[in-house]
Design a protein. Structure first.
Length: 247
């Protein structure tokens, strides 16, 4: 079974679509963990109503607002599947995403895989800019190329320990986790087919370039404990690739 972890915070406007993207998957052996981070809208109530219609949907309410990292960690802890995927509430999956990515994972005998993706506008319409991912990526390569997008990631709990999947309480917690997994397990495999749309708007953190730069710099300095020179060296490559992804 595949466990799909979705952190939810005031995402009521997106939840009907999010749930539908999962329900329309051609691969049907899944559970959907909607981890609500103490939202103040009606999203959790909506999730509970949907769970009454489909037992594969599991709404989970956090005891306190703790951020996306802790919401994902709660989902990982409670996941019953051998495979774990992540989906952000505002992103879009193609109907055959799970089926094709799982087949790719099995073909490669890999514990960590990810796919290409397309940038989309706030309405979810694709912008025609598809990010092509490498066939494989190592820790050293990922430091200079943050091409792994969270909503494309698939992890095998039989090959990767759950405790290594837990995300730290820092900005860009997902990138820090992918680095940790690559450093621990060696490499990940990239599937070159576009199976996800990355919805971007002026309200997303990643759309603020200065914020993104500061987050990555802090990962180099505080999480990886690199020197200023090594951090600057990695950031030069990161910046060039970040620009190319968006051109």
């Amino acid at each position: 079974m595949i466990s799909i972890v979705v952190p939810v915070y005031n995402a009521e406007a997106f939840l009907p679509e999010t749930i539908q993207y999962v329900k329309q998957q051609t691969y049907t052996d899944w559970e959907l963990l909607l981890v609500d981070d103490c939202s103040t809208d009606g999203g959790f109530a909506y999730a509970c109503e949907e769970a009454k219609k489909d037992e594969r949907i599991r709404p989970i309410r956090q005891e306190r607002n703790a951020g996306a990292a802790q919401a994902r960690n709660r989902g990982i802890r409670e996941a019953k599947g051998e495979i774990i995927c992540f989906l952000d509430a505002d992103d879009i999956w193609m109907p055959d995403k799970l089926e094709k990515e799982l087949a790719f994972m099995q073909e490669k005998k890999a514990g960590f895989v990810f796919t290409s993706y397309e940038f989309a506008d706030a309405s979810g319409a694709g912008l025609g800019k598809i990010v092509q991912v490498p066939e494989t990526i190592t820790y050293k390569q990922a430091l200079k190329n943050t091409t792994i997008f969270t909503s494309t990631v698939m992890l095998d709990c039989r090959l990767i320990k759950k405790e290594d999947m837990y995300m730290p309480d820092i900005a860009s917690e997902d990138t820090a986790t992918w680095w940790h997994l690559l450093k621990t397990y060696g490499s990940a495999c990239g599937f070159g087919e576009n199976l996800v749309k990355y919805r971007r708007s002026s309200h997303t953190l990643s759309s603020n370039k200065m914020v993104a730069i500061k987050r990555i710099w802090n990962l180099y300095r505080k999480q990886e404990r690199f020197s200023v020179i090594k951090s600057a060296w990695c950031m030069c490559f990161w910046a060039v690739r970040a620009v190319l992804r968006r051109m």
